[in-house]
Design a protein around this ligand. Structure first.
Ligand code: ACO
Length: 432
C-alpha cells in the first residue's frame, strides 16, 4: 500500500491532523483514522459503514459503479462459466487456483468430512417440525463446536485448516437435514461418489426407498449459484463473522453468527421475499400498481431483488443468473412460467422508470435465484439456507484471513452518545 496524506482540521482549532491515506491495488483510497481519537479526542461517525473500510483484504474486489465482481482477481462471469464451486472454494481459501493434484486432494479432503456426528440427529429432533430451516441451521452450525474439539484452537494452523474443511463439507449436509426434518422425511447420508453440488441435491431430494438420479443441468445451475454467492467482501454477514471472530471465538460459532445475520430480509432473506412479492403481484397487469407502491415514500413496500448498497449498476451475478434461470426453466419445460414472465416484465418496466434510474436501482443477485429454486422444487423458506451453503466458504476465507493478519485486533466500534447526562436515582415510591 502506498501512502498519501490527508489533513483534517476540527472546528476553529489551529491544529491540523495529518492522516495517512492508503491506496489498495484497485478501488477507492482509504484515510487511516485509527490514531485520530488519541490525537484529537474525536471519533469518526459512519453508521451503516457508508464510507468506512473495516479491514484490508485480498479476497474479493467489487466495483459497484461498473458492476464488477472478482474473486482473487478472477472475473465472476468467467469463473461461473469455466470453473466449478470446489475450485472456487480452493481459490478463495488459498488465493490461487489449484493445479490438478491440489484440486484432487482438496476435493477428497472435503468429501472425507461430509458426514456429521450421528448425535446431531438428536439436536435436530429437538426442534419443532415447523421451524424455519435458518433457525435450525444457525443452531446446528454453532453446535459443531460442541462436537469437534480438535479444530477449535484458532492459533493452530492445522486446526484452522481442519475447521475450514469441516465447515465447507458439512454445511450441505446440515442444510439438507434441516429440509428433510421440516417435511418429516428421513435424513439422507452424503454420497461421496457424487460431486459437492450433486451430492447436496441428492441429500435434498432422494429417499431411502427409491433411486434418485440427479439432473445434470440442475446440478450445474446450482453449482453456478454457489459460485456466484461464494463471497462478497465485507457485507453484513461477513462483517458479523469477522467481528465475532475478532474476540477469538471459535470458527463454528463465528459462522453461525454469520448465518443469523444472513437471515435478514435486507440481506440473504431477499430471494425468499422476491418470490413472495412475485406471487403477490400474480399477474403482469398488476405490475404498475406495485411499481407505484415501491415509489411511494409513505408505503413501506420496496421492490424486492432491486437495489444494492454497493452495486449502482446491474449486479454482475444477476446477469449470469438470468441466463441460468432460462436454461433451468427450459430443462424443466417451464418456459411459460408465470413468475418468470412477471419478473422479466417487472425488470423491463423498472429499468426504464426514472425513479429507479435516478437512484441507480438495478436487479440484484436475489432477483432470479428464487425463480430457479422454485422451479427446482425447493421451498422458499430454504432459499436463504442455500445462500448460507455457498457463502460458508466466503465466511471461512475471510475469517482465516483475519486470524492470520498480524495486525488483527478485537473489533470495537465507538458511538456518538445522545442519551441523558447524569441523573439522580429516584426510589420507586417517589417516582411519578
Ligand atoms: N425499491 C424501491 N425503492 C428503493 C429500493 C427498492 N428495492 N431500494 C432502495 N430504494 C430507494 C430508497 O427508498 C431510497 O430512496 P430516497 O433516496 O428517495 O430516500 C434510495 O433508493 C436509496 O436506498 P437506501 O435504502 O438508502 O439504499 P441502501 O444502500 O441503504 O439499501 C438495500 C440497499 C437494503 C439492498 C435496498 O436497496 C433494499 O432494501 N432492496 C430490497 C431488498 C433486497 O433486494 N435486498 C438484497 C440485497 S442483495 C444481498 O444481500 C445479497
Amino acid at each position: 500500500m502506498t501512502t498519501k496524506k490527508a489533513i483534517l482540521k476540527i472546528g476553529k482549532s489551529k491544529t491540523a491532523h495529518e492522516l495517512s491515506v492508503y491506496s489498495g491495488t484497485e478501488g477507492p483510497d482509504a484515510i487511516d483514522v485509527t490514531a485520530l481519537y488519541n490525537e484529537s479526542g474525536c471519533f469518526t461517525y459512519d453508521p451503516g459503514f457508508m464510507s468506512t473500510a473495516s479491514c484490508d483484504s485480498t479476497i474479493t474486489y467489487i466495483d459497484g459503479e461498473k458492476g464488477i465482481l472478482r474473486y482473487r482477481g478472477y472475473d465472476i462471469a468467467e469463473l461461473a462459466k469455466k470453473s466449478n464451486f470446489m475450485e472456487v472454494c480452493y481459490l478463495l481459501l488459498h488465493g490461487e487456483l489449484p493445479n490438478k493434484k491440489e484440486y484432487g486432494l482438496f476435493v477428497s479432503e472435503v468429501k472425507k468430512y461430509s458426514l456429521v456426528h450421528e448425535q446431531l440427529q438428536f439436536l435436530y429432533r429437538g426442534f419443532p417440525r415447523f421451524s424455519h430451516p435458518m433457525a435450525i441451521m444457525s443452531g446446528a452450525f454453532a453446535s459443531l463446536s460442541a462436537f469437534y474439539h480438535d479444530s477449535l484452537d484458532i492459533r493452530n494452523k492445522e486446526q484452522r485448516k481442519l475447521a475450514a474443511l469441516r465447515m465447507i463439507a458439512k454445511t450441505p449436509t446440515l442444510a439438507a437435514m434441516a429440509y428433510k426434518y421440516s417435511i418429516g422425511r428421513p435424513f439422507i447420508y452424503p454420497r461421496n461418489d457424487l460431486d459437492y453440488t450433486a451430492n447436496f441435491l441428492h441429500m435434498l431430494f432422494a429417499s431411502p426407498s427409491e433411486e434418485y438420479v440427479v439432473n445434470k443441468v440442475l446440478a450445474k445451475a446450482m453449482d453456478t449459484i454457489f459460485i456466484l454467492h461464494a463471497d462478497h467482501e465485507q457485507n453484513a454477514s461477513t462483517s458479523t463473522v469477522r467481528l465475532a471472530g475478532s474476540s477469538g471465538a471459535n470458527p463454528f460459532a463465528c459462522i453461525s453468527a454469520g448465518i443469523a445475520s444472513l437471515w435478514g430480509p435486507a440481506h440473504g432473506g431477499a430471494n425468499e421475499a422476491v418470490i413472495n412479492m412475485l406471487e403477490k403481484i400474480g399477474d403482469i397487469k398488476n405490475i404498475p400498481n406495485f411499481i407505484k407502491k415501491a415509489k411511494d415514500k409513505n408505503d413501506p413496500f420496496r421492490l424486492m431483488g432491486f437495489g444494492h448498497r454497493v452495486y449502482k449498476n446491474y449486479d454482475p451475478r444477476a446477469s449470469v443468473l438470468r441466463d441460468t434461470c432460462h436454461s433451468v426453466l427450459k430443462e424443466l419445460g417451464m418456459q411459460n412460467n408465470t413468475l418468470l414472465k412477471i419478473a422479466v416484465t417487472l425488470e423491463e418496466i423498472a429499468l426504464t422508470d426514472t425513479y429507479f434510474i435516478e437512484r441507480k436501482l438495478y436487479p440484484n443477485v436475489d432477483f432470479y435465484s428464487g425463480i430457479i429454486y422454485k422451479a427446482m422444487g425447493i421451498p422458499s423458506n430454504l432459499f436463504t439456507v442455500l445462500f448460507a451453503i455457498a457463502r460458508t466458504i466466503g465466511w471461512v476465507a475471510q475469517w482465516k484471513e483475519m486470524i492470520e493478519d498480524p495486525k488483527q485486533k478485537i473489533g470495537r466500534p465507538r458511538q456518538l452518545y445522545t442519551g441523558y447526562k447524569l441523573r439522580k436515582y429516584v426510589p420507586v415510591a417517589k417516582r411519578k
